[in-house]
Design a protein around this ligand. Structure first.
Ligand code: G3P
Ligand code: MG
Length: 249
């Protein structure tokens, strides 16, 4: 059932942890978000070669770590010595690739709400959805605020629902497709997450009128955030934690 209540989570979400102020998908990024007063973070969860859920955006190590090769072919044990901070700045040298377990624990410790984006490597869609949902259940058991699980991959969302149906789920898409309502029902999602550059005001209205929540990424201009909120968008993810304050309305 789509929600009929107001979005119960923070409205301004730090994208990939600390946006552009810290190396993406790291614990340093989350600490940065917290330090700046943010109360919600988005991050990407992928499976390492040994099926450990980790924080990672790309399917390969090269762009954001000192390592080489495919994430799906590298055991997490072999990632422990990698540097996931130097690509960003010398001040972050030695920053580790976090496990989802450590990231989840830090979110709980810091009181950060989490939008867990399930980001499977190709061919691992269902497995990643299952693993992320089961670990989320374990990590957030008894916590007052639960994470929202989202994904671009329908198979990941279905697997997450089958493994841990209690979580709110968000369907991610670049552009809202014409059959979005059918798609939301099929995937049993409560929120629709899209690229704000592809969103039309009439689509925003239709999504909200149908009772779904609407989340836009990645909004870095306060003037655009203003327009989106006027259209009825519930929440945005931003890379510019320095330009869009956590209490921006
Ligand atoms: O979850 C929203 C956003 O993170 C999707 O894009 O590529 O940054 O994971 P990406
Ligand atoms: Mg993401």
């Amino acid at each position: 059932m789509p929600p009929s209540s107001a979005w119960p989570y923070p409205r301004i979400i730090a994208h990939r942890g600390g946006g552009t102020l810290a190396p993406e998908n790291t614990l340093a990024g989350m600490r940065m978000a917290k330090q700046l007063g943010f109360s919600g973070v988005e991050f990407d969860v992928m499976l390492a070669g040994d099926a450990t859920p980790i924080l990672m955006h790309d399917e390969t190590l090269e762009r954001t770590t000192s390592g080489h090769g495919a994430i799906a072919e590298t055991a997490y044990q072999d990632m422990l010595t990698l540097d996931a901070g130097s690509w960003f700045s010398g001040a972050h040298a030695g920053e580790p690739v976090p496990s989802f377990e450590n990231a989840g624990r830090l979110c709980i410790e810091l009181g950060l709400w989490a939008n867990v984006e399930i980001k499977p490597a190709r061919g691992h869609e269902a497995q990643t959805g299952t693993a992320a949902a089961l670990l989320a259940r374990e990590l957030w058991r008894g916590a007052p605020v639960q994470p929202l699980l989202s994904s671009f991959q329908p198979a990941s969302l279905v697997a997450a629902r089958d493994a841990a149906p209690e979580f709110a789920r968000g369907a991610l898409t670049t552009r809202i497709p014409p059959d979005w309502e059918l798609w939301m029902r099929k995937l049993d999602c409560v929120s629709l997450h899209c690229d704000y550059r592809m969103l039309l005001p009439q689509q925003a209205r239709a999504v909200r009128d149908a009772g779904y929540w609407l989340f836009c990424y990645t909004v870095d201009d306060p003037a655009i955030a203003r327009v989106l909120f006027d259209w009825g968008v519930d929440a945005i993810a931003t890379d510019r934690l320095d330009l869009i304050a956590p209490d921006f309305e």
